[in-house]
Design a protein around this ligand. Sequence first.
Ligand code: Z5A
Length: 212
Amino acid sequence: MGKGFFITLEGVEGSGKTTQTALVADALRAAGYRVTVTREPGGTRAGEAIRAIFLDPAVSLHAAAELLLVLADRAQHVREKLKPALAAGEIVLSDRYSDSTIAYQGYGRGLDLKLLDELNRLASDGARPDLTIVLDLAVETGLERTRARVRGDVRGPDRFEGEQVEFHRRVREGFLKIARDEPGRVITIDATRPMDEITARIAAAILALVTR
Ligand code: Z5A
């Protein structure tokens, strides 16, 4: 049983994580690698049920309740999907993971960062990303991208898309602080660059890691 590689894509709303997760997975598969694509919240049946509550704009959640939901999702995700795929030697690409908890519940909602670290440790059962890509852009640009999508979507904005721009600015600062603090793990990429250029940069960083 080989050891896989755990890659996470992070960033504010509309930064292109979902788009890039799919494009990078295609590129890696074309190069002959086995890839599992997953996301948080979500990625398991329990996680997708949690995600529906988590994003529902009609559901009001206290910050502590929001935190515990996302941690429950992670606890299940790690044990049911992530670790088995890593144990099978796959490259796992996750659209968001524990840095989102620090950025959103910590920097965004103001919950204690040390407490979040401890709870993240419990939820993640020691599964830490080998590499994290932060797709960075002005929050106004990201929100405009998601609004353009919402205009063509009957569901309307989710619970986070309805937050004030100041909340999203704090979240962005949170991601940039994580990147500054952990340069060995986190690479920040300008998310306003053309999609194919971003895909090539992420794929190159992953290939450098897996062929090291
Ligand atoms: N959350 C949390 O609070 N705590 C946690 O611990 C975790 C999550 C794990 C998940 O919602 C929410 O959960 C999230 C944080 C919270 N909410 N927020 N914000 P989600 O998964 O639905 O939302 P998201 O992660 O922000 O995804 P998103 O809004 O879909 O954005 P994205 O995945 O980064 O972007 P995208 O869908 O790939 O692209 C958006 C649009 O931009 C689309 O039309 C693309 O075609 C376009 N795009 C993408 N790249 C480009 C480039 N390079 N140029 C031009 N246009 C582009």
